[in-house]
Design a protein around this ligand. Structure first.
Ligand code: DGL
Length: 261
């Protein structure tokens, strides 16, 4: 099965994208709700949690690991790849590839948690591939709580997002990366603010297509994956909000299972 983890609620957007793209494969998700959010924590802490989550999913039978959380992808990918032998996917590289495929002006904007933006990983990965691309980023720490409160269509959310996106406007940006698990739920608001000529890259969709491509090219791994289309959602804490958001993102009721690491 494919194992996905995130700090908590938002990673369900990644699960949704993967299960829509690769519906026949069994998927196991671990949301580390008890220790979330990761976005404001130190690299050391996030890396420690990410390594524990990976081991947990591999022990449960995952043959591929997807780091669904942008903050954990930014800080912990290298550590996880060094420690575990299974193929590791993460949301940052996939979103970088997608953004480079569509940008014409070579000006790309990134929004994410404080941790993701402070790590500079998006900028590094983009300029490693194409050094002529200019990258503008802004941390948006208020967006995660707004999304978790379900304030998606509220004027207050739109106003805050406008303020966060303001530094990215007027920079000839034609591509914005939604560098956080929660932001796909704000995609239409970002599109409205940035204008119709700006591509909005959803990292959950990007990672789903990277995995699909990989499986087509790696039959030896693909054969190891169970294919009953089963989805399990595990979490280190279960709250009403998590239940509500999981149901609304997945558009179906999947029971949440409590697991302590
Ligand atoms: N999952 C985190 C990310 O994508 C956002 C929520 C958090 O801060 O834990 O960066």
């Amino acid at each position: 099965m494919i194992g996905v983890f995130d700090s908590g609620i938002g990673g369900v957007t990644v699960v949704k994208a993967i299960s829509d793209t690769l519906s026949e494969y069994d998927l196991i998700y671990f949301g580390d709700l008890a220790r979330s959010p990761y976005g404001n924590k130190s690299p050391k802490m996030v890396t420690e949690y990410a390594l524990e989550n990976t081991k947990f999913l591999i022990d449960k039978g995952a043959k591929i690991i997807v780091i669904g959380c942008n903050t954990a992808s930014s800080y912990a990918t290298q550590h996880i790849s060094e420690k575990f032998q299974v193929p590791i996917f993460e949301v940052v590289s996939s979103a970088v590839q997608s953004s480079l495929q569509v940008t014409k002006t070579k000006n790309i904007g990134i929004i994410g948690t404080r941790g993701t933006i402070a790590s500079g990983v998006y900028k590094r990965k983009i300029t490693d591939i194409n050094e002529s691309v200019k990258v503008y980023s802004n941390a948006c720490p208020l967006l995660v709580p707004l999304v978790e409160e379900g304030w998606l269509g509220k004027p207050e959310t739109s106003k805050i997002l406008k303020k966060y996106l303001h530094p990215l406007k007027g920079k000839r940006i034609d591509t914005v990366i939604l560098g956080c698990t929660h932001y796909p739920l704000l995609k239409s608001v970002v599109k409205r603010i940035m204008g119709k000529n700006v591509h909005v890259i959803d990292s959950s969709l990007s990672v789903a297509s990277s995995i699909k491509e990989f499986l087509l090219q790696s039959p030896e791994i693909e054969q190891k994956l169970s294919k009953k289309g089963k989805l399990r959602l595990l979490a280190s804490d279960i709250t009403k909000q998590f239940e509500k958001m999981a149901k609304s993102i997945l558009k179906k009721n999947v029971p949440l299972e409590y697991w302590r690491l």
